[in-house]
Design a protein. Structure first.
Length: 205
């Protein structure tokens, strides 16, 4: 299965990312954009600044609290709508919940080829620096995954999963930013049997 994806970098202050350059089927944009409107390279938006963070996304279902503290607020994940893309109706957004309760839109990733609900991993985004701090590695898995692991620094690390409130067969997952870069994603069912891999490529930017 060969599923490429768009990765949209929405926050200001992203380092180590080539802005508006297509790389391996991915598009990175250092500007606030409406994820429901169009692919990142065509969606209108106003640039964000440290004093004016990207606007809150329109979410599908509940916002997921990762429990990971950010410099301002805490990191959260939320599913958001994607339009005009065959086979893909949603993506996954990482943002920060502010003290006011508002959620910023920082990094979005979604599939662009094939079904966004095909069994396996989807839209996995590796840790990067956004606004001067590392983001968690995150993505989603479709199927009965009871445990998701990866390799980091020569050891096996375990992700934290959370079922999407709109479809429990879709599970967001994340690794702490302190884990650093990960590789070799594996999903296991409740009996410990390996599940389909899907698109386990881990993109950054």
């Amino acid at each position: 299965m060969n599923l490429s994806r768009n990765r949209w970098i929405l926050a200001a202050g992203v380092t180590g990312v080539a802005v508006s350059v297509a790389i391996a089927g991915a598009v990175a944009a250092n500007a606030a954009q409406d994820p429901a409107a169009a692919p990142a390279s065509h969606a209108p938006g106003r640039p964000s600044t440290p004093d004016a963070p990207p606007p809150a996304p329109r979410t599908l279902g509940d916002v997921i609290d990762t429990g990971i503290a950010a410099k301002q607020g805490s990191w959260v994940l939320c599913f958001v709508p994607v339009k005009d893309m065959p086979g893909t109706s949603f993506g996954l957004m990482a943002g920060r919940r502010q003290a006011s309760g508002a959620v910023t839109a920082d990094v979005m990733t979604n599939e662009t080829t094939g079904s966004d609900r095909a069994p396996g991993f989807h839209a996995v985004e590796g840790t990067m620096e956004v606004s001067g701090e590392p983001t968690p590695t995150f993505g989603y898995y479709v199927g009965p995954a009871a445990k998701i692991t990866a390799r980091a620094g020569g050891r096996t690390v375990t992700a934290t999963p959370a079922a999407w409130s709109e479809d429990e067969s879709v599970k967001a997952f994340w690794f702490s930013a302190a884990t650093g870069p990960v590789s070799d994603l594996t999903a296991l069912d409740a009996a410990g049997k390996k599940l389909p891999v899907g698109n386990a490529e881990i993109g950054v930017g």
